[in-house]
Design a protein around this ligand. Structure first.
Ligand code: RIB
Ligand code: CA
Length: 303
């Protein structure tokens, strides 16, 4: 059975790889991409989404540009992780298409017919705006973001949640079937130089992913002393492709929006001690080998 999906993203190295994984996988049908400011400014994340589709010869897939800033906060980008372009490393083809016209909320509402899964892999600004106007716009969200344990942009907060905590709060209070693929599971599956070498000669998509990984690995080597990089966003798409890869726990996840030290934290009731409503499914474990093999095999099949 093929599941239609829409990816809302801030490309970003791992967003780009997530898009390519979706395009390479028959289990999902990528209906459209909406972009949001996050890893880089909106003009760059939108251009990057178009470049990835051009690379994959899928410029037929529509892209709509969304929010250029969080709901209330000042935008914080991640040039230290993704570079000035947001996709530093490979030389990707210039887009031959432009984003579709229209407000992102109207376009997403049109794309998200019943049965379409929304896969956000950036800050949740677009999703929050959509749900404020269309509370039942989608019946399932699989989000890459958040963390049960430590964050990556502050000790307490993961980047996608930290950039727009108010938006994350709206989404987590929406009552929609929501899965959080957080740092706890993405950091369990490190894409390393052996995976990159397997792809470097596997067509133009494989070569681009190897070069994206080359750049992305360097940050993780320096920050974490990892010998590999978590391809965070690809795990959210992989969870739709094969729900047996990530183990989730139905529990309460609440968003901190007023703390000096823990602003933007996804407060995950991992041991069900709060009695708060179970409003989400948190990723607590992953079959890292099977996820990485799926990623390499599918990207390699793109040619
Ligand atoms: O914290 C990792 C997340 O933030 C990923 O989605 C990455 O692309 C950035 O958006
Ligand atoms: Ca992202």
């Amino acid at each position: 059975m093929t599941t239609p999906i829409v990816i809302d993203c801030d490309p970003g190295h791992d967003d780009a790889i997530a898009i390519l994984l979706a395009l390479a996988s028959p289990e999902v049908e990528l209906r459209g991409i909406s972009t949001v400011a996050g890893n880089q400014t909106l003009d760059k994340t939108t251009r990057n989404a178009l470049k990835v589709l051009e690379l994959a010869d899928r410029a037929d897939i529509p892209v709509v540009a969304g929010a250029d800033a969080p709901l209330k906060r000042t935008l914080r980008t991640a040039a230290n992780v993704h570079g000035e372009t947001g996709l530093d490393g490979p030389d990707l083809p210039d887009p031959t298409t432009k984003p579709v016209d229209g407000d992102v909320v109207d376009v997403l509402a049109e794309w998200l017919e019943p049965g379409v899964v929304l896969v956000p892999t950036g800050p949740l600004t677009n999703v929050a705006r959509l749900l404020r106007q269309h509370p039942h716009a989608t019946d399932r969200i699989v989000w890459m973001g958040g963390a049960i344990a430590e964050g990556n942009v502050t000790p307490a907060a993961e980047f996608n949640a930290y950039v727009d905590p108010e938006a994350a709060h709206i989404v987590f209070e929406s009552g929609i079937d929501l899965t959080m693929i957080g740092l706890d599971v993405t950091h369990m599956a490190l894409f390393d130089s052996t995976h990159a070498e397997r792809l470097r000669g596997a067509g133009k998509a494989g070569k681009a992913v190897a070069e994206l990984a080359d750049f992305f690995l360097e940050f993780h080597r320096q920050r974490y002393r990892f010998d590999g990089a978590p391809i965070h966003d690809a795990m959210a798409v992989a969870h739709v492709i094969d729900p047996t890869l990530v183990t989730t726990l139905n529990c309460n996840i609440s968003i901190e929006t007023t703390s000096e030290l823990c602003d933007g934290r996804t407060v995950v009731d991992r041991w069900l001690v709060t009695g708060r409503p179970k409003n989400a499914h948190a990723g607590i474990d992953v079959d890292a080998h099977r996820f990485l093999e799926l990623l390499v095999e599918r990207i390699g099949s793109l040619g």
